[in-house]
Unconditional design. Structure first.
Length: 144
């Protein structure tokens, strides 16, 4: 009534790697030579890369003031004498206009969302600016 399943013979195969023939012919001396050459190339490449970085001129960071729906961030900005360029960027949904409180720099055009206005100040000093559309004080830039 009950019959056993037919006996199946399972074949065992030997796992052969493609690397093993290579490893048989490789000895410790060859491996040491390859490692030495690789290390020498790494050191040589790294030295040239760091020299290139040192000799490349560095660009002065751009100082930005973000306008977001009639508020300015940062509202007080201090600049070193070498970095007198300031860029206002409108990130809000309301159009805005930046103007000097006492006509020390040219006013911007109406800035819509995503538009920028840059001004390079001629000399060190304190420059107050206003949000010209509602005509309220917005911030102050001090360049030393």
């Amino acid at each position: 009534m009950f019959s056993s399943p037919p006996y199946r013979r399972v074949r065992h195969t030997k796992c052969v790697s493609l690397i093993s023939p290579f490893l048989r012919h490789l000895n410790t001396g060859t491996l040491a030579l390859v490692m030495f050459i690789a290390l020498a190339l790494l050191i040589t490449t790294r030295g040239k890369d760091s020299e290139t970085r040192r000799s490349a001129p560095t660009k002065a960071p751009e100082t930005e003031i973000i306008i977001d729906n009639l508020s300015f961030s940062p509202d007080t900005l201090r600049l070193p004498a070498a970095d007198l360029k300031v860029t206002w960027i409108n990130r809000g949904y309301v159009a805005d206009l930046v103007a000097s409180a006492d006509n020390q720099f040219k006013k911007s055009p109406v800035l819509k969302t995503g538009q920028r206005f840059s001004n390079t100040f001629a000399a060190a000093g304190t420059y107050s600016y206003i949000c010209s559309i509602p005509r309220v004080p917005a911030g102050e830039i001090t360049a030393k």
